[in-house]
Design a protein around this ligand. Structure first.
Ligand SMILES: Cc1ncc(COP(=O)(O)O)c(C=O)c1O
Length: 427
């Protein structure tokens, strides 16, 4: 047993009474009523939702917000300029709230594009390979799309993926590539690396990287840094501006409960946003002062990456969630996330089995609210049993992961207790 787990076991009672006590004094308890209750696909019975890392639980207010869109468009295009929601024309109001969640200035973020589209836009802007420096650094397990995007970008510049895409693998006997492994790789090979392109929180292991230290080291070595924050936004504390991250991309449909596949987000640090030489693809919404027909001068800031009109429906669907996060604040979300995950890790120690390995780091600063187990046998059967017999909704990803998001705004300590109890029975 590691020192951290020994400490957790010594300080966290693993009883239902403890869970109920924590729930009774939980300052975020009321937020749960803002979310829809998920239903079992066949019986329609309520389920307990632990799958926000796949699709974030929707907010009840989003339904009404979206419905109102169809009332408003009865006034046609004029609805965009009139009424209390004419702000969608200038979604600054949402950018302000989003900026607080990612730790940025409002002009460093936009709600536009999608996670993967934005990854392409950002590599377009920041990957400027030379014969001496042409590597894109990734870390395994890599989101498949990010590997493909890195491969395509090196090939577009005439380099080969075998030589110019470096995907770090866990060291012998380890499940994860640690922040220290990444720092080591940067120390050794940094002078050949053009762009470091990593997940802030890994999509299958739940590991959170130390974005600040990685960015600092990468900059010392002359590399640019792009983070995919699809699993990090609304999940871990972020301070992108202060940490000097060059750029980041994400979606809103996980921990921020936006609509599935909806508009994503993009961050470009102020120092680049004001750099006229940064390559940005053209689009009419990105046209800044000095643009003429056929001559594109991008707007300053992240706005220079907003090519097209915003999707009003997406903004309406997302607004209640950003308001809730704004009201409660990321500090409270993170504090409860650490409480829930610590409790779960303690409960998992009571499962007497060789069949599971906890993959997510025990150190709370290296995880968000997702805990991932490596399960080598009957993975799908276990997830199906949890769903059908216990009405617990979690998911599984190849090659061997079962993932649970203990999302602080709608998960109770008692939910976590019941989850562990069910796991004990199915394993
Ligand atoms: C790390 C990561 N990147 C990107 C995406 C999705 O990209 P997109 O929103 O463009 O479909 C996901 C979705 O699960 C993800 O986990």
């Amino acid at each position: 047993m590691s020192i951290i787990i020994a400490f957790i076991m010594a300080t966290t009672p693993i009883t239902q009474d403890y869970a109920l006590e924590q729930d009774a004094k939980d300052p975020l308890a009321e937020a749960r009523s803002e979310y829809v209750v998920t239903k079992h696909l066949e019986s329609g019975e309520p389920t307990t939702y632990f799958s926000d890392m796949s699709l974030g639980l929707a907010q009840i207010a989003s339904k009404e917000s979206v419905r109102r869109y169809f009332d408003e468009v009865e006034y046609g295009h004029r609805s965009r300029f009139n009424g209390d929601r004419a702000w969608v024309k200038h979604p600054q109001k949402l950018h302000d709230k989003l900026a607080k969640i990612v730790g940025a200035r409002a002009d460093e973020v936009i709600i536009a594009g999608t996670t993967q589209t934005n990854a392409n836009l950002l590599l377009n802007a920041f990957y400027k390979p030379t014969p001496e420096r042409n590597i894109i650094l990734l870390s395994a397990p890599t989101f498949s799309g990010n590997s493909s995007i890195a491969n395509e970008h090196v090939q577009m510049h005439g380099y080969s993926e075998t030589e110019s895409v470096l995907t770090l693998q866990p060291k012998e006997g380890k499940e994860l590539v640690s922040t220290n492994d990444i720092l080591e790789a940067l120390e050794e090979r940094g002078s050949r690396i053009s762009v470091v392109f990593l997940d802030g929180v890994n999509y299958v292991t739940g590991q959170a990287l130390d974005i600040k230290r990685i960015t600092q080291k990468a900059h010392e070595k002359g590399c640019k840094v792009i983070f995919d924050l699809a699993q990090a936004v609304g999940n871990i504390p972020l301070n992108l501006h202060e940490w000097n991250v060059d750029a980041a991309n994400w979606c809103h449909y996980k921990f921020l409960s936006g609509p599935n596949g909806g508009t994503g987000g993009l961050f470009v640090h102020q120092r680049h946003g004001e750099d006229p030489d940064l390559l940005r693809p053209a689009g009419w919404k990105a046209e800044g002062p000095g643009s003429t027909r056929g001559h594109f001068v991008p707007k300053a800031g992240a706005a220079g990456f907003q090519l097209s009109s915003s999707s009003t429906l997406d903004l309406y669907a997302l607004e209640p969630s950003l308001e809730l996060f704004d009201k409660v604040g990321m500090d409270a979300v993170v504090e409860k996330s650490r409480g829930l995950t610590t409790f779960f890790l303690a409960l998992l120690q009571t499962i007497d089995t060789e069949k599971i390995t906890i993959v997510t780091p025990e150190d709370p600063s290296q995880r968000g609210c997702m805990i991932s187990l490596k399960v080598t046998e009957n993975r799908q059967e276990i997830v199906d049993r949890l769903y059908n017999e216990y009405h617990i909704d979690c998911d599984t990803r190849d090659p061997h992961y079962i993932r649970f998001a203990l999302t602080p705004l709608h998960t109770s300590y008692n939910d976590v207790y019941n989850l562990a109890k069910a796991l004990k029975e199915v394993f």
